[in-house]
Design a protein around this ligand. Sequence first.
Ligand SMILES: [Zn+2]
Ligand SMILES: [Zn+2]
Length: 378
Amino acid sequence: MTDSTQKHAQPIWANIIFFGLSFLAAITLVPWYGIQYGFHFSSWAWGIGLWLFSSTSISMGYHRLWSHRAYEAHPVLRVILAIGGCLALQNSALHWSSDHRIHHKHVDHDEKDPYSASLGFWHSHIGWLLMRRDNGRYNEQYDRCKDLQRDPIVMLQHKYYWPLSIGLNILVPAVLGMAYGIFWEMMLVAGVLRLVWSHHLTFFINSLAHMWGSRPYTEENSARDNIVLAVLTGGEGYHNYHHKFQYDYRNGIRWWHFDPSKWWIKALSWVGITSNLKKVPVEKIEKAKAETLLLKAKDRVAHLPNAEEVMQMLHDEYEKLVQHLAEVYEAQKQWLEAKKCKLKESYEHSALMENYQQLRKRFEQQKASWMTLAKQYA
Ligand SMILES: [Zn+2]
Ligand SMILES: [Zn+2]
């Protein structure tokens, strides 16, 4: 931590007490209660259900919908996500998005990134919530989120955030506890333990997802792709991709990548609840991957006696790959346009399709030979 960062840090006592006590209760009272009285299935089922609802609201709502505007959502869904966000107890969508936009803009900057991983695990995980640094981001106007201020649901949630959050986090487990006749068990499991668990999993995206995992799309920042974190956070663990292409509604780009938020957003688009889903073209993604591999190889090659010769070879292969990539996607565009114009049966349509398929094959061959070469050095 730099001198100036330390100098301006002020303890936020309300957070220190809240995070400290809730964590202590989760690791002492919960197991004590279980040993003493045993647990019921219903408290764990509701705990898991409420965790999934609140963490999905953070991922689908706070993160992809409001911070990044990666898609649009029907007001009913926005209300549901705003309620889930209150249950997650991570501040209002407006405040959260403001911090998160700064994180992307100044990622890894000691002073400007609110939860910069460059200041270590503790700071990026929870330290930034316990010690306020005077870096000018707490401006009440939320200037970076003017667009969100036009959303009445965001503003209503922001206005009544604290009564809503505190009310929901106490009332929901309390009512459930009374209904099942296990008041204290429900308060501990679906209330305290669920909240602590969901907090720390989200915090792992700011800490571990910037430290542990691979960087296939960019090495310009510390963000990592990590499947374990993706599973634990509803798909948020593909963080390297996300920092490279933040406006994509997907974090895990292949359909089988574990990213439930992406599956929800896509599925809801089939019934018109979500729309305008933003997706980065495959061409751009492939190029980013190839470029990252080239840069990685560059570093490793520098010390070799024949560095210049190897670099030239890598460059030539890379250039060829990028050129083939551009050609294949241009051909694909032409073919798809022809398809749209109902040229389905025509000679022109099948010629375009054939051209595309040939270029695609050539690109795949080039990609394979590029990967073999680059991976020898990267
Ligand atoms: Zn990040
Ligand atoms: Zn983000």
